[in-house]
Write a protein that binds this ligand. Structure first.
Ligand SMILES: [Zn+2]
Length: 567
């Protein structure tokens, strides 16, 4: 069940990019197509992964093959098994449809059992006999073996605008006849092979066991019983595929969530159910991350070896895929390794059940509970050291990291949250959320809800603003509005902070900021902030506070980090 052709295609692609660095192709950011920045060229990987995907089926007679494969009934048999399986796997997004192509006859004179020569000739005959409108081809070689291989038909060498029909796209699966006809050694047809090869044509890779193992001289890639793209089940379609493959295909029903370093609880739904199905623990390196999914023994996952939380390290840097060049690998070349690595190629179990916990980098993941296929996890700590990519060198960077580690900020580009947006002004809604988190205030709001006409119920800042009202920190405007999207001035921020934290208190006479009038409503608060060391002013000579300037998110981080550092 190899996908060698796909790997060959990939290597050709890389060579083209390296020798012609100034072409339009070379300018492509491989992560552009994925809003979450997780996988390279997701637009290519998803070309065939939604809607009806028509696959033309050919039976290839070979001399001495001797297995009678009836094309019409075989196509019906494949559709009956593989269509409902992929409908389940994709949440109804993807429907493979196998249609009869024809019977072709190979005549390679080198003779059976020269399997490779016959397969190559069968591929050529399928291309020559193709109708021209199908998205791919399946060739069943009329010989007694149950393996196969596939080519994805994406990643064209010199353009990403690939043809999408067979034979132009080269998208083909080749399998032996005992995948569809029971044989003496195999009492059941191995339709799982066809489902597996179809996965390869959607750019699904094998999930390697994680330890370097060689069997008969090749790396062993079929040791994961949780994945039809690896060990899976040999004869029955009762194992799905891991979450990252479903993400790559665009099949996950809800947005993937990122953990970026604080204590947080997550719920993950099992394959085959609605709800979020993947959690990502990022690293500082793009293309390297840990994915976590949930699996329950239900539906087509009835055959999994153990229920629980699946964990995989994803590495798509070139060297991870065996290339000696520093470039991404993708799709069928993505390195997908279970955590912990599998030690026993024949009896691997690596899911985590309720009560178990495991480290990932600097974080600890604990499986708390399960109910109706929905698993609850708690993640503590961080898998990233460089929390945000846009605060490097900022004078507030240490304070931004400090409030991030305390969970006061999550980032500004959810769900990835790789950025902090340090120069963006703090809005009144953000201010309420920052203060609410900084206060560690876990009380559910009651009387503060519904106070303001312009604060919608059940949005990300509703509860925080309600608590600001209940705690007397925010009062809103006289016209009954809160103006959540309005920026906060430094003078206003001083008042909010002074009300929120007891540690902010004045000492002695009013501080003589040259730009703070003694009778300004924020003058006592700016004085208290300065006396408490929470602000250093915006200039020291002459001492100024810039009370009318908007507060940037970076400045907000320093205000909060300093006040939270007070005893
Ligand atoms: Zn394979």
């Amino acid at each position: 069940m190899k996908s060698k052709s796909s790997i060959r295609l990939f290597c050709a692609l890389v060579a083209a990019l390296l020798v012609v660095p100034l072409t339009a192709t070379a300018q492509v950011d491989p992560y552009d197509a994925d809003p979450l920045g997780l996988l390279a060229f997701t637009d290519q990987a998803r070309v065939y992964a939604s809607g009806t995907d028509v696959i033309e089926v050919f039976v290839c007679d070979v001399p001495d093959g001797a297995i009678a494969v009836d094309l019409t009934s075989t196509v019906a048999q494949i559709n009956a098994a593989v269509q409902p399986y992929y409908t389940w796997l994709s949440g109804g997004v993807y429907l493979p449809q196998f249609v009869p192509g024809g019977t072709i006859t190979a005549s390679n004179p080198s003779g059976w059992p020269d399997l490779i020569a016959f397969q190559t000739e069968c591929e050529s005959l399928a291309a020559a006999n193709a109708g021209g409108s199908a998205a791919g081809a399946l060739v069943i070689v009329d010989a007694a073996y149950s393996g196969g291989y596939a080519t994805a038909g994406v990643a064209c060498e010199d353009t990403f605008d690939c043809p999408t029909t067979f034979p132009d796209n080269g998208r083909i699966m080749v399998v032996g006849a005992t995948t569809v006809v029971p044989s003496a050694g195999l009492p059941d047809a191995r339709l799982t092979t066809i489902a597996h090869e179809l996965g390869h044509t959607l750019e699904f890779p094998h999930s390697y066991g994680g330890l370097t193992k060689f069997i008969n001289g090749v790396t062993y890639e079929y040791d994961n019983p949780m994945d039809i793209m690896s060990g899976g089940s040999l004869t029955v379609l009762d194992v799905g595929t891991i979450a990252i493959n479903r993400y790559a295909a665009g099949w996950l029903p809800s947005a993937t969530v990122f953990h970026r370093g604080y204590t947080a609880e997550y719920q993950l739904s099992s394959l085959g159910t609605t709800g979020r199905q993947m959690l990502v623990l990022p690293t500082d390196i793009q293309g390297v991350f840990t994915m976590i999914g949930a699996r329950s023994a239900s539906g087509y996952d009835a055959g999994i070896v153990s229920e629980g939380i699946e964990v995989y390290q994803i590495d798509q840097r070139g060297p991870a895929c065996g290339a000696e060049i520093d470039f991404i690998c993708w799709g069928a070349d993505r390195r997908t390794t279970p955590v912990p690595a599998i030690d026993d190629p024949e009896s691997a179990v690596h899911v985590f059940g309720v009560g178990e916990s495991f480290p990932v980098g600097g974080a600890l993941v604990r499986v708390d509970s399960e109910s109706n296929g929905r698993w609850t996890l708690t993640v503590t700590g961080s898998t990233v050291s460089e929390r945000f990519i846009d605060d490097n060198g900022n004078i507030h960077e240490a304070n931004i990291s400090a409030i991030a580690s305390l969970g006061v900020t999550l980032g500004c580009n959810p769900p990835l949250n790789s950025r902090f947006c340090p120069d963006a002004p703090v809005t009144r809604a953000e201010m309420a959320v920052f203060l609410s988190r900084a206060l560690g205030d876990a009380v559910e709001p009651t009387t503060g809800l519904g106070v303001f006409a312009d604060v919608a119920p059940n949005v990300w800042y509703t509860n925080a603003i309600a608590r600001m009202v209940e705690l007397g920190i925010a009062t809103g405007y006289t016209d009954g509005t809160y103006r959540p999207n309005a920026p906060v001035s430094r003078g206003e921020m001083a008042v909010f902070l002074d009300r929120a934290f007891d540690a902010i208190a004045p000492i002695g006479d009013l501080t003589a900021f040259v730009d703070v009038p003694f009778d300004a409503f924020y003058a006592p608060a700016t004085d208290a902030l300065y006396d408490s060391g929470v602000t250093l002013g915006c200039e020291t000579d002459p001492l100024s506070f810039c009370p009318l300037d908007a507060v940037s998110r970076a400045e907000m981080a320093s205000f909060l980090a300093r006040v939270l550092a007070q005893p």
